[in-house]
Ligand binder design. Sequence first.
Ligand SMILES: O=C(O)CCC(=O)C(=O)O
Ligand SMILES: [Fe+2]
Length: 260
Amino acid sequence: MRSLQDNNYRGYVPIGKETLNPIESKQGDSREAYFIGWEMSEDHPLALKPLHGPNQWPSKDLLPEWRETLETYFYKLLEVGHCVASLVALALDLEADYFRHMFMAPAVALRPLHYIGEISCPEEGRFGTGPHGDYGMLTFLATDENRGLQVCRARDGEPKLWEDVPPKKESFIVNLGDMLERWTNGLFKSTQHRVVTDGIDRYSVAYFYDPDYDTVIECLPTCHSEEFPPNYPPITMGDYFKMKFTSRAQGSSNMNSTPI
Ligand SMILES: O=C(O)CCC(=O)C(=O)O
Ligand SMILES: [Fe+2]
């Protein structure tokens, strides 16, 4: 297929091709996805960086309104992301626009997802989406009325307790990502989540609100003190993503645990 996912992770990902948690999954996640990011021509200076470049669009004959619909959603959600990031900043005793300069040409991603209606079985390693934490700052999830999403609050507990997140019309489910955990020195925890499906097709749309590629993710000034020094070394957004993609390709789990 012409729109198959490219090196910048843009385009179509067939059913079972992606495995978010290679340790716990015995097969690829039973979903298909389509990734779009910030639209950028090939000759744009930023397009030299990983994750950046043109999106892959199916032909207009095939899906006449696909591009316009997704682009409208993409840029509207970017505004929503900026608003919620301001609230996060205020909650952390920072200026409302604290994060804004980190989102000038951000590596945000929009991902419509279709779950194929398999019956998931976590004990046998069959998931709609394997257990993981999202890598960036915030994720805005819109889902249809079918259940599937679960979160684990006590991520270091054994056995892990997974709770259903009931779908709610006209609302977003907001997940906190790994970067927010690193920025806040563990005060905000990256939401560990997974999708288990029960034989019914399910649709969701994930929007990953993630900063510019070169943003350094380091402990925020209001989140450390002498008794509570930074737990995580600084890392750029780009290097963090590279690290996560590499460890996923090498078969590591994407579940986070509290650093000791
Ligand atoms: O489909 C969902 O509800 C969640 C998807 C998800 O967690 C992801 O793609 O990272
Ligand atoms: Fe996720």
